[in-house]
Ligand binder design. Structure first.
Ligand code: ZN
Length: 330
């Protein structure tokens, strides 16, 4: 039978099934949230800001009370004696407090952890707008834009101190946190130098949990979380360059090339190494330097851009006896 053609899509008669599938695809597409979802399915990397709002109904799946604070000489300052955080963040927070306490004798106040949408709205005087300082920077996030709703943020200061410092002095518990929090998976999220990108005022007491590997990586990169998430793949992969060092790659598709580049996720193993050959030489492995350096294996974890050189040793050819013993000048 005749078929209709519209915008390049063939619609056959009796095509209820096709239409049903199309409607289904459209519905799924429409239901997809417009916000930037956590990268690679990791909820700890969720970006929350005015452009990436969190639903009013969102509650972290694993929300736990932060218990046994007194073990680390620390206290809640909250009226509600039950600050809660997402499970992993809570565990890592306690680990961090314990370290600060045993290593440096620091004691802390916990001001605020998880805050529901409703609580956040209360903090904004029942309004849907953020509270801003005289420079127009956010000091209390509008409901739906606060990281506290993810359960991954904590407001914390030294015991007896208030949230009224710009950058903590050396030797203070607040400074210890900023210098060490990345080791436990937390970041100094709202630094004054990122205010242009975040729109938020400097908040050295607000720490955000993103996971240990990413926190260490971000600390080293010294960029905003917004920038990090936007270019996540770029910032979390490293180039590994293999140089044949006068040899040749065995694979035909690399023939004639003196080097190839692989992209490896930071912290991951190389897994496979390219095969190389060189006439008259024996391959001794891949090394970090042309001479000397370290030999790497497929178990080596990559943490930065790495150049590797094929190492060669001259082949010793056994000379057959009859040739060796032949009289050169008969
Ligand atoms: Zn905060």
């Amino acid at each position: 039978m005749a078929s209709l053609k519209s915008d390049g899509i063939m619609i056959e008669k009796n095509s209820k099934k096709t239409i049903y599938v199309l409607v289904l695809i459209l519905s799924v597409a429409l239901l997809m949230p417009s916000e930037v979802e956590a990268k690679k399915g990791d909820p700890h990397l969720r970006l929350v800001n005015p452009k990436n709002k969190i639903s009013s109904k969102f509650v972290p799946k694993k929300l736990v009370k932060i218990k046994n604070l007194s073990e680390y000489d620390s206290k809640y300052i909250s009226r509600r004696e039950e600050i809660r955080m997402e499970k992993t963040a809570a565990k890592q927070l306690l680990k961090m407090l314990k370290s600060a306490n045993t290593k440096a004798g620091h004691k802390f106040y916990l001001y605020s952890g998880y805050r529901s949408y409703a609580t956040q709205k209360q903090s904004c005087g029942g309004q849907n707008n953020a509270v801003r300082n005289s420079s127009g920077l956010v000091t209390v996030a509008a409901p739906g834009t606060s990281e506290h709703q993810t359960g991954l943020a904590i407001d914390i200061t030294g015991l007896g101190n208030s949230k009224s410092y710009s950058y903590p002095k050396k030797g203070t518990p607040e400074r210890w946190l900023l210098d060490n929090c990345h080791k436990y998976g937390f970041i100094y999220r709202y630094q004054g130098k990122y205010s242009g990108e975040t729109g938020v005022a400097n908040e050295p007491w607000h720490l955000r949990y993103i996971g240990v590997d990413d926190a260490k990586n971000l600390h080293k990169l010294d960029i905003s979380f917004e920038k990090y998430i936007k270019n996540y793949d770029k910032y979390t992969t490293a180039k590994v360059i293999f140089k044949t060092n006068k040899g040749e790659f065995s694979k035909e598709k690399y023939s004639g090339k003196s080097s190839i580049t692989k992209k490896i996720k930071l912290g991951k193993k190389l897994k496979s190494l390219p095969n190389v050959e060189r006439t008259g030489f024996v391959f001794k492995g891949w090394y970090t330097k042309k001479a000397g350096g370290t030999k790497i294996s497929n178990n080596t974890k990559i943490n930065k851009k790495t150049i590797l050189y094929a190492r060669w040793e001259k082949e010793i050819v056994d000379v057959p006896e009859e040739i060796e013993n032949r009289d050169i000048n008969p």
